[in-house]
Design a protein around this ligand. Sequence first.
Ligand SMILES: [Zn+2]
Length: 175
Amino acid sequence: MRPEEGADMRCPWCGTQDTRVVDSRPAEDRTAIRRRRECASCSRRFTTFERGQGAFLRVIKRDGAKEPYERQKLVDGVRKSIKNRPVTEEQVAALADRVEEALRRAGPEVTTQELGLEVLSHLRPLDEVAYLRFASVYKDFQEITDFERELGLMLQKRKPKPKRERKRKRPASRR
Ligand SMILES: [Zn+2]
């Protein structure tokens, strides 16, 4: 399940390939990702600097422009969606790791849509409200997709009974 990663990510202590990411952040010069990994076999931890295709993702925006993937942007987006929700920073970090692992397998270039859907698939089991919030933001810059239909079904099932719904009126976005 981890073709190109295997070789470099082996545990330096016992050589097993089965390691888990416990923390990751961009290296200082931002040309690599620094990860703390924990060995599933001997439980010792080590640091890797992951570079190259798998490590460094590029995001293709809807207008076709490409930009380097930035973990911070993803984390910021998720943080907004979990405001006042019982989701911890650790859970957000773990979510970001899982999203990155999945995207690295799909990469080195991923679309914003793939990125958004990947976040949603991991956010959903964590917190439904956060999921819906993230989805509503995400929808702003995405085409209509199957996802939207799914969201509609989900909202129907919830049958919300708000005592008093406050509608925030915002002017239609213009630029
Ligand atoms: Zn080990």
